[in-house]
Design a protein around this ligand. Structure first.
Ligand SMILES: [Zn+2]
Ligand SMILES: [Zn+2]
Length: 91
C-alpha cells in the first residue's frame, strides 16, 4: 500500500519518493536499480526519522529492523548490538 509518487523533505531538500520513482541503491559503489518505495527505505518514515536515515537501499544493503521496530535499516543505522541482523540475509 502507499502512494506511487509523493514529495518528501530529506536533509532540507525536497525530493520525489514513492514506488514509482526509480533510483539506484544509495550504498557507496552499488548500482542496483531500485525505487523509492517504503520497501527500500531505511527507517520507518520517508525523509528519515529517529530509526533511519531515510536513504533507499537494495535488498543486499537493507537489513531487518530490530525486534519491535518496523521498516528496514542500512548498515550505518543498525544498532551496534544488532550484529545478528547484519549477518542475516534479508527476506
Ligand atoms: Zn540508514
Ligand atoms: Zn545496494
Amino acid at each position: 500500500m502507499g502512494y506511487a509518487r509523493y514529495k518528501i523533505t530529506r536533509g532540507g531538500e525536497t525530493i520525489q519518493a514513492g514506488y514509482d520513482v526509480e533510483t539506484v541503491c544509495e550504498e557507496n559503489g552499488c548500482t542496483e536499480q531500485i525505487d523509492r518505495g517504503l520497501a527500500y527505505l531505511c527507517g520507518q518514515d520517508p525523509g528519515g526519522d529517529e530509526h533511519g536515515c531515510g536513504g533507499y537501499f537494495c535488498g543486499s544493503h537493507l537489513y531487518g529492523a530490530p525486534e519491535g521496530e518496523h521498516g528496514g535499516r542500512c548498515a550505518r543505522c543498525l544498532p551496534e548490538t544488532a550484529d545478528d541482523l547484519r549477518t542475516t540475509p534479508p527476506g
